[in-house]
Design a protein around this ligand. Structure first.
Ligand SMILES: CC(C)(COP(=O)(O)OP(=O)(O)OC[C@H]1O[C@@H](n2cnc3c(N)ncnc32)[C@H](O)[C@@H]1OP(=O)(O)O)[C@@H](O)C(=O)NCCC(=O)NCCS
Length: 255
């Protein structure tokens, strides 16, 4: 009885043969940048010049953001506990979630669903913000602890505009930013996650790849931090915010 085969359309291998989406890896090594190869493996086709340029900018934008982001603290903490590079980087990747890096996924989902609806971007944004505020939810991809205007957003949108990737999704993101400020009286800028979400949506990527973009971009940064922790810091040093107070029960005994 023959076993039923499952299918994959990504890479074909055989003795002396490796073809990614049909292209020989050796030819790819000669002719493609890393960003072009990433586009090919995710989308199945080679990027044109505009897609390749946009992809480069997206992947560079999130390579690192200093020693404070939760994923870096996660990776450094695992390293500091006496683990290997792969365990520490995996620890950092596990910290990526809906409020850190992973905001790309949720932001792209919301924007892509909204873009399908009839109506002006202003009206759609106003309704979305009103619904989110009523549900006491935060809009993923907006707000930043440090930046009043995220310089990465400005540059990504500037490049996107020159490449004709400023479509309905980017317009919606801008309208949501304006509406959030109007409704809350607080400036909640489109952060790099929100900008990537808008641009990859205008490029036609499925929102479910959102966290993938952040991981591909940030893993080199996590490796650099882990390596620095390994080679320059004492084991089990004090990492993280120790400015806390105990609010549990007073000392007690078990009778
Ligand atoms: C990134 C983030 C954690 C920074 O937050 P912060 O500057 O430290 O601000 P706080 O968490 O103290 O929130 C301050 C106020 O702004 C509001 N706020 C912050 N981000 C908001 C958002 N994206 N949507 C709606 N309201 C938001 C909070 O509800 C809070 O309001 P309140 O004082 O009435 O309770 C926050 O903006 C956020 O959660 N954004 C969404 C997730 C995201 O995009 N993450 C990727 C970051 S690159």
């Amino acid at each position: 009885m023959s076993e039923e085969k499952w299918q994959t359309s990504i890479t074909e291998i055989g003795p002396g043969k490796i073809r990614v989406r049909g292209y020989d890896i050796v030819e790819m090594m000669d002719k493609l940048s890393f960003a072009q190869a990433i586009f090919l493996i995710l989308r199945g086709e080679l990027p044109d010049e505009k897609q390749a340029r946009m992809m480069e900018a997206i992947l560079v934008s999130s390579i690192d953001h200093g020693a404070t982001p939760p994923s870096v603290l996660g990776a450094r903490t695992v390293m500091s506990g006496g683990n290997s590079l792969n365990a520490a980087v995996a620890g950092g990747v596990l910290v990526i979630g809906d409020t850190h890096g992973g905001a790309i996924e949720q932001s792209a989902r919301i924007i892509q669903e909204l873009a399908l609806k009839e109506g002006s971007v202003e009206d759609l944004a106003a309704q979305l913000v009103a619904d989110m505020r009523a549900a006491k939810k935060r809009m993923p991809g907006f707000g930043h602890r440090l930046h009043k205007t995220d310089p990465r957003t400005v540059k990504l949108f500037e490049i996107a505009a020159t490449l004709d990737y400023s479509g309905r999704h980017t317009e919606l993101a801008r309208a949501i930013e304006a509406e959030l400020e109007k409704a809350s009286g607080r400036r909640l800028p489109i952060n790099v996650d929100g900008a990537i979400a808008a641009v990859i949506s205008d490029m036609g990527f499925d929102w479910r790849l959102g966290k993938g973009f952040f991981m591909i971009s940030r893993v080199p940064g996590l490796i650099a931090h882990t390596y620095e922790e390994m080679t320059t810091q004492r084991p089990m040093r004090q990492l993280g915010n120790r400015n806390f107070e105990y609010t549990g029960p007073e000392a007690r005994t078990i009778d």
